[in-house]
Every structure is written in C-alpha cells, then in structure tokens.
Design a protein around this ligand. Structure first.
Ligand SMILES: [Zn+2]
Length: 392
C-alpha cells in the first residue's frame, strides 16, 4: 500500500511540459465481487487507453506517452479478476513509473493526462485518515493491530495466563470466593497492562485513533482502566471474542466504524468552519478566500463538495493561484495559465502541507457557501492588525 511519503512525492511531481512530457495517472476500480466474469473492467480499461491515445495524438504528444499507455494495458490485464483497486503514475519522458494497490473503493476506473498527477481519487480515499490502532481484548489476552487502507497488520500481543493458584482454588472446592477475587484481580492487572501499552504507543505517536473489539460484558471494566488520553481517542467499539475472531472480521468491523466516524467528523468540522466564517473567526468560504488562506499558510482543514470543480489560473513563474482568470500574475506579473479545475492544483498543496482534506456529499450549507471552505489555524490579517497596533 501507498505511504504518506510516497503520496507527497507524487504531489511534488511536475512534468516538463515544455519538452513534451506529461504526467499520466491511471486508476483501476475492479468489478463488483458478484460479477465474476470481469469482462466489464477489461473492456473499460482498453477503451480508456484507446481514447487516451487518440486524444494524445490529437494534441501532438510525444511517443513516450504511447509506451506508458501500452504498459498500463499490460498491467491492467494482470489485475483482472483481483478484488483490489490499483493506481499507476507514469511519465516515461522523466523515467517515472509507480504502481500501487488501493482499497477497492474508487469512484471509477479512469485515465488522466495532465502536467501533474491526478490525486483527487487518492485524496478522496485517504485525505482524512488517522493512523488507526485496533485492540481486541478479553480478560487474559490482547492483540494489537494497525489498520491502514484496508490492510490490517498485527503488531503486538499480551497474554496473561491465570496463575495456577487462582485456577487451583476453584478445583479444590474451597474458598471459591477467594479464587474468584483472585481471578478478577488478575483480570484487572491485565486490563491495566493493556491500557498502559496503549498509552505508551499513543505518547510515542504510533497511533492517533483507537477502535476496541471486546465482549460487551468486559467493556466497562476495560474502559475504566484506560488513561483519559487514550479513552478520548476511542472512535468506536465492536463486539468480538479474542479466541475466535478472524482478521477479516476485525478489518471489516473496524473499517465500518472508521468510515462512519470520518463522515461524521467531516460534517461537524465543516459546520464549525462555516460558523467561524460567518463570525469572522477561524474559517473561510468560497474559492477566492480559500486560495488566499492557502497562500498565507493559514489552512488546517479543507472541505470540498464531492463534485466541486472550478476554473482558475496559475502563475507559471511563482505558482500563485487566482480565482479570477487573468493573463498576468497579481503577485509577480508573470504569465499565467488556465486550469480547467483548480482542485488539481489545490490537492497537491494540501498533501504536501499535511492539510486534512474532506470531500463531503450532499452538504447543503457547504454547497451554498461556494462548495469550498477551510478551517484555519490562525488569521494572518488579525495577527498583522495586532502587530501594527503594538508597533504604533
Ligand atoms: Zn506569479
């Protein structure tokens, strides 16, 4: 699977258009599992490549592109029938070729030939994904997992065997009360140890959010033994038995919780940004203000309507983005070029700067506010006002 550093590398790539190079991005979404023939996905990939060749020839692109497209057809043939999504980023003129597996949750299969890699499908998939820990726990055992992009990895485990004495008391048939107390005391120690392991992982920054799988009856006691800094990062819980639960079930249950949580969080944060924008605080709406805020480094979180796209210009000299389609740059006077979709320029910026990115479906208030909004870390203009006041 793709790492954050690899995504940053893709976001920083730019094709040398003056020398005829172009950045090719290909996303492959497999057919639904019930469609076992996989004919549709093969035909679709072929048609898309054919069409891309035609368009490239129409624009007089060089032969390097054809080589990339041929190679894409070849790898797409290999992927046929596998329930995974894929992406290829290529630019043979600059000797660049990267292939990645992705969760099969892409909106569609598609090819993009541009000056930068098309990262919107990637951003929609992982723009706001926290690093996630899953712990599956009972009174004696705990297993720790990482979940990232549909891949579940087991990292660690704790097993506390019941002490022989505790087990023996019961068998010997006397002082059953004592044995029970002993067992529950050992369970308590176990929960404390698991809580401690989680806290130290959190302190080291190994994970950001936590999902817990346990039997319902164990949850209150386990939760009570979590450090507050861990407890407030629990985003959901599912019912599971450590001894019998399989990796696939853990992954699916945790994914479902993560998806719900991400959607809810996106909605809440967008509402916050919109309210802040109205009260002239840490929020802005509309393309013009969002572009300004991106340039001053104020943006913390970015919200886009699902199908948002807008014309803009980009300065070929300094990179300044302008919502008004002007010929020369407002910042440096350099020549501009028109962008058919400004999000092609915004997304790489968000990725490079670790700005959290949410795509929102059917969010009426965001749609009304111009389909784009941002939550700010600070307000540059208010800071400046403060400085001027202090200086005078
Ligand atoms: Zn400029």
């Amino acid at each position: 699977m793709i790492t954050r550093d690899e995504i940053r590398e893709l976001a920083a790539f730019s094709a040398d258009e003056k020398n005829g190079a172009c950045a090719l991005s290909f996303y492959f979404q497999p057919d639904a599992p019930q469609d076992r023939s996989h004919r549709r996905e093969a035909i679709l990939a072929k048609d898309l490549v054919k069409q891309a060749v035609k368009e490239a020839e129409g624009k007089g692109r060089n032969g390097g592109l054809h080589a990339d497209l041929d190679r894409i057809l070849e790898v797409a043939g290999r992927w046929r029938g596998h329930p995974r999504g894929h992406a290829v980023f290529a630019c043979s003129a600059q000797n660049y070729w990267k292939e990645f597996d992705l969760p099969p949750r892409l909106a569609a299969t598609g090819i993009f030939i541009q000056s930068r890699f098309q990262l919107k499908p990637l951003a929609a998939l992982l723009g706001a994904q926290p690093s996630l820990r899953v712990v599956v726990v009972d009174r004696q055992r705990a297993r720790f997992f990482d979940l990232r992009l549909d891949e579940l990895h087991e990292r660690d485990a704790i097993v506390h065997m019941l002490s022989r004495n505790a087990a023996n008391y019961g068998y010997q048939g006397y002082d059953a009360g004592h044995a029970e107390r002993r067992i529950s005391d050992e369970a308590l120690q176990h929960f404390k140890a698991v809580g401690e392991r989680l806290r130290s992982g959190r302190d080291k920054g190994i994970w950001e959010r936590l999902i817990v799988g346990c039997q319902d009856s164990n949850w209150p006691e386990f939760e009570a033994n979590l450090h507050p800094s861990v407890r407030q990062r629990v985003i959901g819980r599912f019912s599971a038995d450590v001894a019998s639960v399989g990796s696939e079930e853990i992954r699916d249950r945790a994914n479902a919780i993560l998806e719900r949580w991400t959607e809810e969080r996106g909605r809440l944060k967008a509402e916050e940004a919109l309210a802040f924008a109205k009260s002239n605080g840490r929020g802005v709406t509309g393309l013009r203000r969002v572009l300004q805020a991106l340039e001053t480094g104020e943006v913390q979180t970015l919200f886009l309507s699902d199908n948002y796209s807008a014309h803009a210009v980009e300065c070929t000299n300094c990179g300044h983005l302008d919502a008004h389609v002007v010929r020369s740059c407002m910042a440096c006077g350099g020549p501009t070029r028109e962008l058919a979709d400004v999000t092609d320029a915004i997304i790489p910026i968000a990725i490079r700067r670790d700005i959290e990115l949410f795509y929102l479906k059917d969010h009426d208030e965001l749609d009304l506010a111009g389909n784009i909004a941002a939550l700010l870390r600070f307000r540059a203009d208010q800071n400046r006002t403060g400085q001027i006041a202090a200086a005078s």
